[in-house]
Each structure stands twice: as structure tokens, then as C-alpha cells.
Ligand binder design. Structure first.
Ligand code: B12
Length: 219
């Protein structure tokens, strides 16, 4: 019989090594043992992705290993989703999310989407590799309270700034708040490109949109 810490460690390992079925089973086991979504994500799943990133950086992992680990992560997260997302009946407002042009990473953005949905917002998830015009169109169509841009690559940080400029050119900058996040960016970059908010994680993103909604209801 394994104890609880062993289960967390084992889940980290199955994600790191890209074992999809074992990852899904591991997530289900931990849920059955009473662990909440945040504990499972923060103690096992996100650390596994950090380990994969380090192995890739050291040249011990190549793209295929990173790919299968990412897939295991996604399938595991799909099983966490029901714990975070309510039935949506308490509609609070709309948020558009997407990963910017040139960037295919979407796991972090998906976690942000789950957190925001869990707080009762409707999330329009545009997906990844979204050009600036894609965000502009979505703002026109869905009239969200906020737009969230995600990127993990230093090479695609410029696409965030391009997106904010495109929103301004379309005359929409005053109509929507723009938040940014993802491992490549930080507060100073957000300030430099004129984003309204930088968040290091999904909880901060969720708190920000909640605060915006309160402000809108008051105003
Ligand atoms: C899995 C992975 C992949 C998968 C992606 C699968 C997928 N569907 O997402 C694949 C294999 C496709 C991939 C490809 C590449 N990758 Co990659 N990848 C990773 C890895 C290991 C994990 C990323 C991840 O999911 N992290 C876990 C999530 C939960 O964290 P997160 O995204 O940061 O999100 C959190 C916060 O940042 C925040 N957040 C995220 N978005 C937003 C948005 C808002 C609005 C807010 C408020 C907050 C917020 O909340 C999230 C939850 O807490 C990272 C290493 C790492 N440690 O990040 C490398 C990493 C990001 N990849 C890297 C590289 C270099 C690449 C490639 C260029 C490799 C190559 N040579 O082709 C390609 C790029 C392809 C492309 N055009 O996008 C580098 C980036 C280096 C850099 N600084 O630019 C990293 C850091 C690895 C490394 N150490 O070198 N990758």
C-alpha cells in the first residue's frame, strides 16, 4: 500500500514520462482520496511541467518527450475540470482568452480558463496561435469584460504588444481590460506594453476579473 505522498510523487512521474492512462488514473485516485483540485495541480501537476522544462533545457529531453508530457498533463487536467467548473448557471460576465500569435502552449491558459469559469464567468477560449485581429474580432463579437493573453515564449512576447496595439487601433481599448500572463512575462513587461494587469497564476487572474465585475456593477 502506498501512502498519500507516494501518490503525488507517482502522478508527477507519470506526467513527466508522458504516461497518459496512468496519469488519468493517478488524478482520479487522488480525487477519490479527497484531494482538491489546487492541491493536485500545485503539488504534482505543475511541478511535473517545471521538471520537464528543466530536462528540456539541459538537453536530456527533446521535443517528443515534452509533447507526450504535455499531453499527459492535458488529459489529467480534463479530469480536474469538473472539480473547478460549476454548471455556469450563475452567469457573471464574459472573458475572452487566448495564447498569442506564434505560441502553441495552451496548458496554462486552459487552467486560467477553468479558474475563471469556476468563478461563474463565461469564457470564450480562442485557443492558441491567435493573431491580433482574432482578439479584436472576439472583442467586437462577445463584448467581454476582460481579455487575457497568454505566452510562454520570449520570442512571442512582441505579439502581446502587437495585440494591445491592434485593440487600440480598432478603437476598443477603453472598452475592455487586458490582462497578460504566462511564464515568459512579468509585471514590468505588462506595464511597458500598456496591459492593465499581469497575473502570475490562475487564481490572480480569477481575482482580477472578479474585482472588475464588482467595479462594473458599482459603476
Ligand atoms: C509542455 C511544453 C510544451 C508543449 C506544449 C503543449 C501545450 N499544449 O501547451 C510543446 C511540446 C508543444 C512545446 C513546444 C515548444 N516549447 Co515548450 N514547454 C512546455 C513546458 C514543459 C511546460 C509548459 C506548461 O504547460 N507549464 C505549466 C503551466 C500550468 O504553466 P504556465 O503556462 O506558465 O501557466 C501558468 C501561469 O503562467 C499563468 N498564466 C498562463 N497564461 C496566463 C494568462 C493570463 C492572462 C494570466 C493572468 C495568467 C496566465 O497561470 C498558469 C497557471 O498557474 C515548458 C516548461 C515550463 N516550465 O514552463 C516548456 C517551454 C515553455 N517551452 C519552450 C520551448 C523553447 C518550446 C519550443 C520552441 C521548442 C522547440 N524547439 O520547438 C516549442 C514552441 C512551439 C510553439 N511555437 O509554441 C521553452 C521556452 C523558452 C523561452 N523562454 O522562450 C520552455 C520554458 C522550456 C525550457 N525550459 O526551455 N512545449
Amino acid at each position: 500500500m502506498h501512502d498519500r505522498a507516494d501518490h503525488m510523487e507517482r502522478l508527477r512521474e507519470t506526467i513527466r514520462t508522458g504516461m497518459i492512462d496512468e496519469t488519468v488514473a493517478g488524478v482520479k485516485d487522488l480525487i477519490a482520496m479527497g484531494y482538491g483540485a489546487e492541491a493536485i495541480m500545485n503539488q504534482a501537476m505543475i511541478p511535473a511541467m517545471d521538471e520537464v522544462g528543466e530536462l528540456f533545457q539541459k538537453g536530456e529531453y527533446y521535443l517528443p518527450e515534452m509533447l507526450v508530457a504535455g499531453e499527459a498533463m492535458k488529459q489529467g487536467l480534463a479530469n480536474i475540470r469538473p472539480l473547478l467548473v460549476r454548471d455556469g448557471s450563475s452567469f457573471q460576465g464574459r472573458v475572452v482568452l487566448g495564447t498569442v500569435l506564434g505560441d502553441l502552449h495552451d496548458i496554462g491558459k486552459n487552467i486560467v480558463a477553468m479558474a475563471i469559469e469556476g468563478a461563474g464567468f463565461e469564457v470564450i477560449d480562442l485557443g492558441h496561435d491567435i493573431p491580433p485581429e482574432g482578439f479584436v474580432q472576439a472583442i467586437l463579437e462577445h463584448k467581454p469584460i476582460a481579455v487575457g493573453l497568454s505566452t510562454l515564449l520570449t520570442t512571442t512576447m512582441g505579439a502581446m504588444s502587437d495585440t494591445i496595439q491592434a485593440v487600440a487601433r480598432a478603437g476598443l481599448r477603453e472598452k475592455v481590460r487586458i490582462m497578460i500572463g504566462g511564464a515568459a512575462v512579468q509585471q514590468d513587461f505588462a506595464s511597458r506594453i500598456g496591459a492593465d494587469f499581469y497575473g502570475p497564476d490562475s487564481v490572480s487572474a480569477m481575482r482580477y476579473v472578479r474585482a472588475l465585475l464588482k467595479e462594473a456593477l458599482r459603476g
